[in-house]
Ligand binder design. Sequence first.
Ligand code: AMP
Ligand code: TRP
Length: 345
Amino acid sequence: MEALAEPNTVTNTAAKERPTVLSGIQSTGILHLGNYIGALSLWAANQSQYNNLFMVANLHTLTVPEAINPRELRQKSREVAALYIACGIDPDESIIFLQSDVPAHTYLAWILGCCTPVGWLERMTQYKVKAAAQETVGSGLLNYPALQAADILIYKANFVPVGDDQNQHLEITRDIAQRFNHLFGEYFPLPGTLNRTSGARVMGLDDPTQKMSKSIAAKKQGHAIALLDTPAVIKKAIMGAVTDAGGDILFESASVGVKNLLVLYEVLSGQSRPAIEANFAGKGYGALKRELVDLVVTTLEPIQAKFNELMSDDQQLDELLSTGATRASVIANQTVADVRKLVGV
Ligand code: AMP
Ligand code: TRP
């Protein structure tokens, strides 16, 4: 026992120095360039600065149970985890796991749900949109933000990197944490939101007034670029993207469609706005689109190769997820033990 004391202390001290980051993506539909730019690429880029936890939010997927095919959900959850790694999340640097493999999340979600006024939940934009599309609305869809708050607070995460459509869920997470702290004593730190300054909301290629989304992508070709799309499909979607009748390539004055293409180019190339404007001066939208096709194809090629490699070895992926769940559970179970004491159960 003595021999273990010292290394453990060292690990814990190192852990305390780095802020904790947690994020997740639901295991529905097809991951697209919006998910990559708004979330995944941001997670991968900042990994070394934080203690990271990245989960596949497969329990959130159950909030619309009518859409569930159990076999597909199981497969999709593994695919999303494989895409995390393929997009550059290093399983040694970051804890990668399935939400459902750490049951402490749902335990804490119950307690946090009890502290969450229904009025707050009913005001959530995502709830209103999703509930309007359902014939029957399950209480899980309403309580969705309490589970998301539990995902974050259970690791006392300091930052949550997400696209800007998730900002409202982060605000309610802070409100729930504050209400818990007020009722039971100061315990949860309030998590901050990490959005990209450029690219936090990638728009649909077919209709740049709409956010690029998994649900529209499932119904309409040319709306999104899926991370697993072939070069031919990528080319068709980008060359067909809605622009306008002008031709100048300037970030400030661009219409929404052109601005969307420019932001994609900016984030994927890592070039500055003046450099991009100088590169495309006088060349027109066709040139921008052609160069963007090449950039997207070369960005996605290594991701697709790594994804295929990971999906060809079930055992390796299962072991990786099992290790992730074990590592996450150690932290999550401790929080639940503390919370049980605080609330008196
Ligand atoms: P979802 O597809 O709703 O499960 O979202 C997973 C993550 O990707 C969240 O962090 C979202 O905010 C982010 N995201 C989804 N769509 C977009 C988009 N069009 N632009 C930027 N980020 C996005
Ligand atoms: N609600 C998020 C989405 O749809 C997914 C999610 C679940 C999440 N739990 C989370 C994101 C915790 C960040 C942190 O994209």
